[in-house]
Design a protein around this ligand. Sequence first.
Ligand SMILES: Nc1ncnc2c1ncn2[C@@H]1O[C@H](COP(=O)(O)OP(=O)(O)OP(=O)(O)O)[C@@H](O)[C@H]1O
Ligand SMILES: O=C(O)C1=C[C@@H](O)[C@@H](O)[C@H](O)C1
Ligand SMILES: [Mg+2]
Length: 184
Amino acid sequence: MAGGTFARPLVLIGPMAVGKSAIGQQLAQQLDIPYVDTDAVVVAAHGSIADIFAGRGEHAFREIEARTVAKAIEAAKQRQTVISLGGGAVLDSGTQQLLEECTVIYLECDAATVADRIARNTARPLLQGDAMSRWEALFAARQPVYERLADIVMDVRSGSVAEIALRLEERLREHAALEKEAEK
Ligand SMILES: Nc1ncnc2c1ncn2[C@@H]1O[C@H](COP(=O)(O)OP(=O)(O)OP(=O)(O)O)[C@@H](O)[C@H]1O
Ligand SMILES: O=C(O)C1=C[C@@H](O)[C@@H](O)[C@H](O)C1
Ligand SMILES: [Mg+2]
């Protein structure tokens, strides 16, 4: 049923640590459709993100990331899939174009939502040093892009992963119903 209701690839975007991977995985499980985390695909093929940044630089990482995202979206057009992107993947103009064919879900939060999570995970190469002020600077720069690309904006400032995923499924059903109505 899920595949028929939400035919396009379901793509989660948003800043680092907002919950794209955790919520995406949960949503896919609920809908009983495949799940792909593009960061995990990059790591499986090329090693850790920290090592890619250190050894080959951010530019090389972005190229690998864009190719990975393109493949994931292409495959998801054949079989509906939930795809969680890395926080900066949306900066690529080719990726932005491909997202036009997807249902894009922007997970929206504030600094307080992610502060503890950022403090716990120190592996993110773009958050070395004062992690929270770096996160805030990246978020300020990217927020307009997230908002522009979003079909659905999901406030994730409260609730567990499981609660948010259920709310998101509900929003997807409403979104699909509105789209169907607009097609008539
Ligand atoms: N609503 C939530 N409540 C509690 N913990 C959460 C929630 N959402 C995510 N988390 C936890 O926060 C951490 C970061 O989440 P996750 O890895 O899903 O973020 P992300 O958006 O995929 O980040 P990145 O851009 O770095 O891939 C994980 O440990 C996850 O379990
Ligand atoms: O926000 C970003 O630019 C990043 C987020 C992570 O998901 C990884 O893709 C990587 O650490 C870069
Ligand atoms: Mg993730």
